[in-house]
Ligand binder design. Structure first.
Ligand SMILES: Nc1nc2c(c(=O)[nH]1)N[C@H]1C(S)=C(S)[C@@H](COP(=O)(O)OP(=O)(O)OC[C@H]3O[C@@H](n4cnc5c(=O)[nH]c(N)nc54)[C@H](O)[C@@H]3O)O[C@H]1N2
Ligand SMILES: Nc1nc2c(c(=O)[nH]1)N[C@H]1C(S)=C(S)[C@@H](COP(=O)(O)OP(=O)(O)OC[C@H]3O[C@@H](n4cnc5c(=O)[nH]c(N)nc54)[C@H](O)[C@@H]3O)O[C@H]1N2
Ligand code: SF4
Ligand SMILES: [Mo]
Length: 756
């Protein structure tokens, strides 16, 4: 094993002196290394890209450059708020935790499922949550567990579980050496990519084309990424499944299947052939709006190119056939021979290991869902989660077992969730709402207790989860750039104190004991995994906190020193000494250890998929409607960062994009205001006429609508924008994953008289 540290030393004189410190950026999945300069008062002076970073080599985007302003936003809460006489008022930490105990204790003592938990997006970038998530869930012990997965990547996760036997086995496209990259429903020049993100995605695409490679984008919208593509296929929203079935049909019926790395390791090819038989290029074209000859050409190109990768993201997941779409996409990669090969799709080997870097402890079982169901809609559990689209009715519908309390860790449900009108009614209806969140925003304003964590620069940073989907195997550990301000407590401690409360130990229990228990149980499982006694497991970081757990995970991981048994192996101490990161090499072949299905093969035609596929039909457009799709913005992150002046400045972003043709037909002017209605609600929104959307499609970003008078978001309120999730109705779910349709939502658009 070779591990390459970046050796440029960087002084770390600690707080109270001017200094530049390296930091991992927590704002998106690209995981850039930043260089943060602070003055003697620990104020952030500048944030630049860290030129010495082993992974991002100096790249950063406007969000990363604003990290100091994000952390120093004067609207951030600096102490807990507790509701007294109907008003949220400042309180001490002890008072706040006592109130959490008073509110949740009786509910948990009666029926644990009456308390729901939502674990929001920013927690994935936060070492406190990623290390403590398991314990938090066990301590709460509620089946009512929700996360953005069911409005994001769960169809990809379920696909990985079905095909490869392990939910986290999602391969990433090898951007550096591919000759043909097909991006389906992703806009990485704005999102920086996701489940396959990369710093400087634009540079990677430029290099791809410079070496003679081609970029094909499948997207109804002419996005920034589509703008730099060689081919842009403007698929009809929600119909990628049919395009992919058409591509599979051509590859299979023209005998172009070449399994290469997967040779001898697949099953279900005959069933796959039968399943795609009806989807001739002509049939696929009728359903998805891409011409038959374009489908044939792309299929042949994919099968005939040695280094090619098909990559899909939210455009493939947020629709009624999310899992089928992600399945068809990944199966296409397999039958064209692009899996587990350089230039194709590869599996990372993350530094703290994953289920597939470890020996299996029991024989693999078939993937199933529905161990339990939601009370009202009967939606099945999928990988321990329930669909976010079901949460509001679980709260609002009377009857035994009704959800009455909720804990939200870094989530803005009132803006992120489908049918947010119902969601807000549900938030208002709860008997107890506890939010761990730095802001008083559209969601936390309904809280009974807000527990605000200090800014990201005060904590250890390590991308425990995201290394799993990196472009290279690498690791970087960042120490806090500055101390936790007086009067605040680290998020780590907030979460441990909540665990103690959920476990009935009371608000005054020593959170350190919970920390010790977590460390003891991790140590025991590390010893079992390494086939050694616990005496041999001695960490360099015996103190309480994230470092102890990380050292145990890193040293027992695939690059670890196995506590002295692998000389030269990785330890947290070595990572601390290499603040620009350690490069652990390019992604390499991993298929043998990755496949964990009962058959020991990649199961191309799982029964669940074949059953669901038998019932699919091309959607029929409702006359008089446009299909609403989402859009992201480089200087935003979902529902937040809108309160940071340097990111919020500039023209209105929450505008409805409408094609000139549709605008003409509707009698709508550029800059005018329209009324948009759906099954869930109605909004008024300004319009931009643009050919970025085709006829029949309109687009609007989510996460806006900062017009709630009870929130404390002074900058965001100046240009609040509209909340697009008033329109997403949450009634259409992907049956295999519970993921909600948030794209291709039918809406009716009408001109709204000015000033009305
Ligand atoms: N700047 C910025 N970066 C972000 C975020 C952010 O809010 N802002 N959010 C982060 C998060 S949480 C995530 S999950 C990722 C998401 O990462 P991406 O998936 O890359 O982000 P989106 O911009 O939502 O891209 C989805 C694309 O799908 C297209 N689309 C919509 N419907 C369809 C369809 O039916 N078929 C096809 N083929 N395309 C369709 C849309 O036009 C859009 O271009 O981004 C992350 N990065
Ligand atoms: N219509 C539509 N809706 C969508 C999407 C879409 O494409 N279209 N995308 C969906 C997707 S992919 C996602 S991931 C979700 C995201 O939705 P959410 O899970 O709600 O995530 P965010 O909006 O990113 O941020 C949520 C909260 O985290 C808080 N926060 C920020 N930093 C921290 C921190 O360090 N600690 C804590 N405790 N809290 C913090 C912020 O103040 C904010 O209140 O939205 C989904 N909603
Ligand atoms: S691309 Fe992502 S990780 Fe890099 S600086 Fe921007 S927000 Fe941070
Ligand atoms: Mo997401």
């Amino acid at each position: 094993m070779s591990t390459r540290p970046s050796t440029v030393p960087l002084p770390d004189p600690g707080p109270g002196v001017p200094r530049t410190v390296p930091r991992g950026c927590p704002l998106c999945e690209a995981m850039c290394g930043l260089a943060v300069t602070l003055d003697a008062d620990d104020r952030v002076v500048t944030v630049r890209g860290d030129d010495h970073d082993v992974y991002s080599a100096g790249y950063l985007c406007p969000k990363g450059a604003s990290l100091g302003a994000v952390d120093d936003d004067p609207d951030r809460l600096t102490r807990p708020l507790v509701r007294r006489d109907g008003e949220l008022r400042p309180a001490t930490w002890d008072e706040a935790f006592a109130e959490v105990d008073r509110l949740l204790g009786p509910l948990l003592a009666t029926d644990r499922d009456t308390v729901a938990a939502y674990i929001g997006n920013p927690t994935g970038h936060n070492v406190a949550f990623t290390l403590l998530a398991g314990r938090l869930a066990r301590s709460l012990g509620s089946a009512q567990t929700y996360s953005p997965a069911t409005m994001d990547q769960l169809p990809q996760t379920v696909t990985a579980a079905l095909l490869f036997g392990e939910p986290s086995s999602i391969p990433v496209p090898d951007l550096d050496t591919t000759d043909l990259l097909v991006i389906v429903g992703g806009n990485p020049l704005v999102s920086n990519g996701s489940v396959g993100a990369s710093p400087d995605y634009r540079g990677k695409l430029r290099a791809l084309r410079a070496r003679g490679g081609r970029l094909v984008v499948v997207d109804p919208a002419r996005t920034a990424t589509a703008d730099v593509a060689d081919d842009h296929l403007r698929v009809r929203p929600g119909t990628d499944l049919f395009l992919l079935l058409g591509l599979l049909h051509v590859v299979i019926t023209e005998d172009r299947v070449r399994l290469r790395a997967a040779e001898g390791r697949v099953s279900g090819l005959a069933e796959l052939r039968t399943a795609v038989a009806p989807w001739t290029p002509e049939a696929a074209a009728r359903a998805c709006g891409i011409a038959p000859d374009a489908i044939v050409r792309l299929a042949r190109e994919l099968a005939g190119t040695g280094r090619a990768a098909v990559y899909g993201r939210l455009g493939t997941t947020l629709n009624r056939h999310g899992t089928l779409t992600c399945w068809a996409l990944q199966v296409l990669n397999v039958v064209c021979g692009h899996l587990d090969r350089p230039g194709g799709l590869q599996f990372t080997r993350p530094v703290t290991g994953s289920p597939t870097t470890r020996r299996a402890t029991r024989p693999p079982r078939p993937f199933t869902t529905g161990r339990y169901r939601t009370r009202v809609g009967g939606h099945p559990e999928v990988l321990g989660e329930l669909p976010v689209a079901a949460l509001a009715e679980e709260i609002l519908t009377p009857g035994p077992g009704r959800v009455r309390g909720m804990v939200v860790y870094g989530g803005n449900l009132a803006r992120s969730m489908p049918d947010s009108t119902s969601m807000q009614r549900a938030l208002a209806d709860l008997d107890a709402l506890v939010c761990v969140d730095p802001y008083l925003n559209e969601t936390t304003r309904y809280a009974d207790v807000i527990l605000p964590p200090p800014g990201s620069l005060t904590r250890d940073h390590f991308d425990l989860v995201l290394y799993q989907f990196a472009q290279r195997n690498f690791a970087r550990f960042s120490r806090p750039a500055r101390p936790v301000p007086d009067g605040m407590i680290p998020e780590w401690e907030i979460l441990l104190r909540l665990c103690a409360i959920y476990e009935g130990r009371g608000p005054g229990a020593d959170p350190g004991l919970v920390d010790d228990e977590i460390a003891a149980s991790l140590r025991a499982s590390v010893a079992r995994g390494l086939d050694t006694g616990e005496d041999g497991i001695v960490t360099d970081f015996p103190e309480r906190g994230p470092r102890r757990l990380l050292d145990l995970r890193i040293r027992s991981g695939p690059y670890g020193d196995h506590f002295g048994r692998v000389p030269g192996g990785l330890t947290l101490a070595r990572l601390l000494g290499s603040p620009h990161g350690i490069d652990l090499g390019p992604l390499g072949p991993r298929l043998d250890e990755v496949i964990r299905t009962p058959s020991g093969t990649i199961e191309l035609a799982p029964a669940q998929v074949l059953d669901a596929l038998a019932g699919v039909a091309a959607p029929v457009a409702e006359p008089g409607t446009l299909l609403l799709i989402g859009r992201r913005d480089l200087r935003s992150k979902n529902s937040w960062l809108h309160n940071v002046d340097r990111l919020a400045r500039g023209p209105e972003r929450a505008m409805l994009y409408v094609s000139p043709g549709d605008a003409h037909e509707l009698g709508v002017d550029d800059g005018g205001t329209v009324s948009v209605g759906s099954a869930a609600g109605r909004i008024r929104v300004p319009v931009r006429l643009t050919d970025e959307v085709p006829d029949g499609v309109c687009s609007l970003p989510h996460g806006w609508g900062h017009d709630d008078d009870h929130a404390r978001l002074h900058v965001a309120a100046r240009q609040p924008g509209v909340n697009s999730n008033t329109l997403t109705d949450g009634s259409v779910l992907d049956p295999l994953s519970g993921t909600v349709q948030m794209n291709a939502v039918p809406v009716r658009v009408e001109p709204a008289p000015r000033g009305s």
